[in-house]
Design a protein around this ligand. Structure first.
Ligand SMILES: NC(=O)c1ccc[n+]([C@@H]2O[C@H](COP(=O)([O-])OP(=O)(O)OC[C@H]3O[C@@H](n4cnc5c(N)ncnc54)[C@H](O)[C@@H]3O)[C@@H](O)[C@H]2O)c1
Length: 323
C-alpha cells in the first residue's frame, strides 16, 4: 500500500492488540488512513463489537471531512477481527498494543507479539501509566518497542506521545514518528518515559488548581470550565503556552514578558494548590457543581456535542494551514 502523504513510512498491515475503548478507536483511525488493520482480543464478543465500532469511527472521520471517503472505505473493507494472535501479527509492520492496564498482561502480550511478528515490526504500547522500560524487557527485540500514548479518542484527538524505554533505539523512535505522521497524528517525542508523559502532567497540574478553586468556593465547577473554554483553553489550543507567552511579551518576546510579569506570576504561584492527595470532598463538590453546566443533556448528547466541536476545530485548523 502506498503512503498517502508522500512519506516513506511503512503502510501496514497493522495489528491492534486489545479491542476495548482505545483499540477500537486506533483501528478506526488506521482504517480511515486506508491501512489493512487486524484487530485482536481474547474476548471474542468484544472483538466483534470493536470491529463495528472501528468501522463506525472510520466512517465518522470520512463523514466529517477529516478523512478521504474512498481511502476510508478501502480501509474498512480491509478491517478484520482475528482471534488468533499469531495470525493477527503475521507480516505486520506496526503493532498497537491496547490491552488492559496491567503490567503482567502487557509483558505477556509483548512476549507473544514480538515472537510472532516480523523482527522489524514496531511494537507500540498505548499504556497511560506503566513504564515501557518495564514492559519491553519481556519482548524479543526490545529496541523496537516504545510507548505511543494517545489521547482518547485516538481517532479524533490528534496527539500521540512517543516515549522510549531504556532499551528503545533512536531508529525505532524515528520510524514511529514517521508512521504516526503518515496516519495524520501530531506526535511529540519525549527523551524518556516518565509518569503521565507530557500532556497528562500538564492536565494534572491545571486540573489540581481547577479543583482547588471549586473547593475554596472561589467559583462553581461550571464557571471554572467556562473560564477555561473561553479563555486560556481557547488560546492554548491555538498555540500552546510557550509561544503564547512569547507573544504576550510583544516585540520583546518571552524575556520581556518575564521582566514585566514574573513578580505577578510568582505571587500567583505562591497561592496555588500544592496538595498531592485529592481532598475527600472532591467528587461530591464537583458533581454538585457540574449539575448546572450539564443541564438536561444526556451523556450521549454531551459526547456528541464535544465531538462536533472537536471536528469543527480540527477542520478550522486544517483549513487555516492550507491557506
Ligand atoms: N481509556 C482511555 O482514556 C485511555 C487513554 C489513553 C491510553 N489508554 C490505554 O489504552 C490501554 C487500553 O485501555 P482501554 O481503556 O481501551 O481498556 P479496555 O478495558 O476498554 O480494553 C482492554 C481490552 O484488552 C483486552 N485484553 C485483555 N487481556 C488481553 C490479552 N492478553 N490479549 C488481548 N486482549 C486482551 C480486553 O478483553 C479488553 O477488550 C491501556 O493501557 C490504557 O492505559 C486508555
Amino acid at each position: 500500500m502506498e503512503p498517502t502523504d508522500g512519506s516513506d513510512a511503512p503502510r501496514g498491515p497493522v495489528a491492534v492488540i486489545g479491542a476495548g475503548l482505545t483499540g477500537a478507536s486506533w483501528a478506526g483511525l488506521y482504517a480511515a488512513a486506508g491501512l489493512e488493520v487486524r484487530l485482536h482480543d481474547v474476548d471474542l464478543k468484544r472483538l466483534e463489537a470493536a470491529v463495528e465500532r472501528a468501522a463506525a469511527a472510520a466512517g465518522f472521520l470520512a463523514g466529517s471531512g477529516l478523512a478521504d471517503l474512498q481511502t476510508a472505505e478501502r480501509g474498512v473493507e480491509l478491517l478484520t477481527g482475528i482471534a488468533d494472535l499469531a495470525a493477527a501479527v503475521a507480516g505486520v509492520t506496526h503493532v498497537q498494543e491496547c490491552v488492559r492496564e496491567d503490567l503482567a498482561i502487557k509483558r505477556e502480550v509483548f512476549a507473544a507479539v514480538s515472537a510472532a511478528a516480523p523482527a522489524d515490526a514496531l511494537i507500540c504500547s498505548s499504556s497511560s501509566g506503566l513504564s515501557i522500560s518495564d514492559i519491553q524487557t519481556a519482548a524479543t527485540g526490545p529496541e523496537r518497542c516504545l510507548a505511543a500514548h494517545p489521547y482518547n479518542p485516538p481517532h479524533l484527538v490528534p496527539l500521540v506521545e512517543l516515549a522510549p524505554g531504556a532499551l528503545t533505539s533512536p531508529e525505532a523512535m524515528d520510524r514511529a514518528m514517521d508512521f504516526y505522521t503518515s496516519v495524520g497524528k501530531e506526535s511529540v517525542k519525549l527523551t524518556r518515559d516518565l509518569p503521565g508523559y507530557l500532556a497528562n502532567r500538564l492536565s494534572a497540574a491545571l486540573w489540581r488548581e481547577a479543583v482547588d478553586l471549586v473547593l475554596r468556593g472561589v467559583a462553581t465547577a461550571s464557571d471554572v470550565d467556562k473560564a477555561m473554554s473561553f479563555g486560556p483553553g481557547l488560546r492554548w489550543a491555538a498555540m500552546g503556552p510557550h509561544l503564547l507567552y512569547d507573544l504576550g511579551g510583544g516585540e520583546e518576546g518571552i524575556c520581556g514578558h518575564l521582566e514585566h510579569l514574573a513578580g505577578v506570576k510568582e505571587g500567583m504561584l505562591r497561592d496555588l494548590a500544592t496538595w498531592t492527595t485529592f481532598p475527600p470532598e472532591t467528587g461530591e463538590a464537583l458533581a454538585r457543581g457540574h449539575a448546572a453546566g450539564k443541564g438536561s443533556r444526556s451523556y450521549d448528547e454531551l459526547v456528541a456535542e464535544r465531538d462536533a466541536l472537536l471536528v469543527a476545530y480540527l477542520r478550522a485548523r486544517r483549513d487555516q494551514a492550507a491557506r
